[in-house]
Write a protein that binds this ligand. Sequence first.
Ligand code: GCB
Length: 599
Amino acid sequence: MLYPIQNNYRMLIDLTGMWKFKPDPKNEGLSENWQNGFDSRQEIALPGSWNEQLEEEGLLYYVGCAWYAKDVLIPEIFKDKKIKIRIGSADYSSQLWIDGKFAGANSLGFLPYEFEINDFITFGKKSQIVIKVSNELDNESIPQGISSEHFMIEKRLREETNPPARFDFSPFGGIHRPVSIIICPENHIDKIKVDTKVLSSAKGSVDLNIETAGSPDGTVAVSLMNNGKEITAEGVLKKNKANIKFEINRCKLWSNENPDLYDLTVRLKNGQNTIDEYTLPIGIREVKIENNKLLLNGKEVYLKGFGKHEDYPIVGKGLLLPVMVKDFTLLKWINANSIRTSHYPYSEEFLRLADKKGILMIDEVPAVSLDFRYVNENSGKNHKEYITRLMERDYNHPSVIMWAVGNEPNLVGEDSYYNGSGKKYWGDIFSFARKLDKSRPITVPNCTRAGVDDPVFQFCDVISLNRYYGWYEFPGKLERAAEVLSGEMDEIYRKYKKPVLFTEFGADTIPGLHSTSDQMFTEEYQAKLLETYIEVIRSKSYSIGEQVWNFADFRTPQHFRRVVLNMKGVFTRERQPKLAAFKLKEIWAKPVKTKRGRK
Ligand code: GCB
């Protein structure tokens, strides 16, 4: 799906800002026709979660439906254009009406969706957009949901969280990313898929698959500037599709060290006339796993970075651009080179900035801690749809170097998972994902409970480990933690002979708490735990990187394990550094020396 842009052929109307808002705890809005408009004096800002914005209205832990409304006027001069509405993300599901007419629905949160709305609006007159959003999840949704009753039925009372969740981040509700109206020509460029190859240190190739909407014929012309010279190529549309290939000599390759991007311009033509144009930043690069190494353009790269969350005071999961800029500034400050989008797709704006800044991304599908007692055909179908739509959205980002098609692939570790259902499910998911993208490695981060036998390991190109020795296990005992960690890593490697990446390790830390001995929750303990892990990880010839859990403290559901926040951040929720941030900055400033002696 193309990111919305404005140029000589395309217009955008930005609908972020204030919207009318009304919670619907009894889910009665539809039967009372709120889709035609509803009474409310409540206003809400978007992008933003409702939870902290409207805490004093009782919405901090609200799980349910809420309605949004705003008027829009599409000027009459656009009468012969295609008009679409685009919602960057509404979590987790939503339905949309225009002037009371149903325009469409989406049930994959964290992803954008758009509908054509020509048939629903009256040009030159105000139309009312109404969106119903729900942050409820169920057994078949991705991520899976759980209810309070279920904790009781499963006799897992001590695990019950408020609000009920199967994961360790707040299930914030709302419209979290920009909403816009896209105005484009009736015949327009609809999809662009870019594959690049590195032919030599200074030669790259580009393979484009372009799809258009509207008339099936015409030509597509592409161009980009290289060293002051224009490279051009053309393709003829057959049933709205064209394939164009070209090579770039004296090519500037994209890498984390030199994130050089080319502006690729695609023009849809009717004879000599251009009827639509779209400009896409692309990077020429190639990712490979070879001999237990992660290679970018044939050169070994070692990942240093974090698992993160989209989370900030008051806005919750809403996109706040200054915070995003600050986060990238902190990533550079601390000498990190990578991020995993734990545990769901991040905003398109985040990935666009990662492309520019050279931050390597592991892009994750929100299949977090699936409970296989409830996984069924529909869960698998939803999971695959997620993979399809995430890849459609993010395929062209050079910064995306790996897909994580889930996190911690089973919650409970029931026998049937190990005796067949796990292998069948994940085998199917991996082969589905590989058909859609043959160019990137695929992984699923795994936790201690899975041990060394999780069936998912056999499908992963990279073994990704989340481990909390010295925290959940062996509290306060770092020597023991290091010993167990080292032994387990070797055992896993012996069994699977695949490169190992650490995707989570960390310790909750209260800023300002200090101790001269190994005391959990102190700043010194967090710094020492991270240093200890890094030493063990780098002592293995098969290690390809270390990603700390977490970049910043983040809000979680209420549970006795959490003090409002998960405090494993190296930065506070407000982005102040803890002691560990300075330690990591120092470690990550030096060239990485692993047992293999790599840089
Ligand atoms: C994990 C999960 C992550 C949690 C983390 C923790 O393994 O992947 O979502 O937040 O542990 O801090 O317990």
